[in-house]
Design a protein around this ligand. Structure first.
Ligand code: PMV
Length: 343
């Protein structure tokens, strides 16, 4: 086996879920199908150097924006140990990763999704090169590996819309994300302006949130609701029905937070400004007729989603009515997933 050091760079985006993955079982398998939009500008870059050794233990050096990050190094090493049975190179890998984000650290953008998608792609690529395999199957293998590191990361490998979890979409699977075909052109270049109301780290992690869905009073109801919302959203995306699209994504966002508020122990991640923004968006939509809708991740920040065609008017609305509640705003849009260079 070659012990030559090789290198490449990977750029992976974050994603925002329209149908939320909330609750899991087994080996990082989702309790319900989810559907997301891959972002374009919010990306994590990995500069990777690797070598295969006979040490029989993964060895990772991890730097984030020039600083050594021991917790992340340990997280990746533990993850590699845990996938030894499905990724035979795991214990031979000596990895050096220099990572950086295009978006401000702790801006509430899912940086674990972009980082773990970058990791999943890196591992799938190393495997394909080492075993002289075709890279045609890379996105699926990369998504499978990313999922085992952080569930929602499996939806960041491709874009612009990705389905994860067994659903009515042909070939969809609990094990990896799949690009959604036949989306109506009204959704081409869909915008996401992330209205950041707080940059403080969230008080309860997503893994704790997923765990709290076990035995949750509404867990069975949530599965039924997600399936139904998924079906309606899929039809809206296919037919170009913006009104149904908006109704479903707002319902999903509020349902996610309602599940947090009604778990034991319960918790609230929304801030007063999150609610003010929601009210302003709904009021402004009534007044202006603009097709702009919100979704929310596991945090207080509001993602305002709108078609490319109305971008100028919505941007004006943001400046006039929403900006005062925000500490920062990131204007992003639908993107196509992972890009690799020098490899
Ligand atoms: O991938 P995780 O384990 O960080 O969970 C993410 C869950 C949500 O972001 C709240 C919803 C989703 O589908 O992305």
């Amino acid at each position: 086996m070659s012990s030559q050091i090789k290198q490449f760079s990977v750029q992976a985006p974050s994603n925002i879920a329209f149908i939320k993955y909330w609750g899991k079982h087994g080996r990082q398998l989702p309790n319900n199908p989810s559907l997301s939009m891959t972002l374009k500008k919010c990306v994590t870059k990995f500069d990777v150097q690797y070598e295969l050794t006979e040490i029989n233990q993964p060895c990772v050096d991890f730097l984030f924006e020039g600083e050594i990050k021991i917790p992340f190094k340990e997280r990746i090493e533990n993850y590699l140990m845990s996938i030894d049975d499905i990724y035979p190179l795991a214990k031979k890998l000596k990895l050096q990763i220099e990572s950086s984000n295009s978006f401000p650290h702790s801006a509430g953008i899912a940086s674990s999704a972009s980082a773990m998608a970058a990791l999943g792609h890196s591992l799938a690529y190393i495997e394909a090169i080492t075993e002289n395999k075709s890279v045609d199957d890379l996105p699926r293998r990369a998504s499978f590996l990313a999922r085992l590191a952080s569930g929602s990361a499996c939806r960041s490998l491709e874009g612009p819309f990705v389905v994860w979890g067994k659903s009515i979409v042909a070939n969809s699977s609990d094990e990896y994300g799949l690009v959604l075909d036949n989306v109506h052109p009204v959704f081409t270049g869909l915008k996401d302006s992330v209205l950041i109301v707080s940059k403080t780290q969230k008080s309860v992690s997503s893994s704790t949130g997923h765990q709290l869905m076990n035995g949750h009073f509404y867990s069975e109801g949530r599965k039924v609701q997600a399936q139904e919302n998924f079906r309606t959203l899929l039809a809206a995306l296919t037919n170009g029905n913006l009104k149904d699209f908006g109704e479903i994504i707002e319902n999903e966002a509020l349902s996610l937070h309602a599940l947090m508020m009604s778990s034991y122990p319960s918790y609230i991640l929304l801030a007063p400004e999150s609610l003010q923004l929601i009210q302003e968006i709904r009021k402004g939509r009534e007044e202006t007729g603009l097709p702009m809708y919100f979704t929310i991740d596991a945090g207080p920040n509001i993602h305002l989603i709108y078609p490319a065609e109305q971008a100028d008017q919505v941007r004006n609305f943001i400046v006039e009515r929403l900006q005062e509640y925000c500490v920062d705003i990131i204007h992003d849009e639908a993107g196509c997933g992972v890009v690799r260079v020098n490899g």
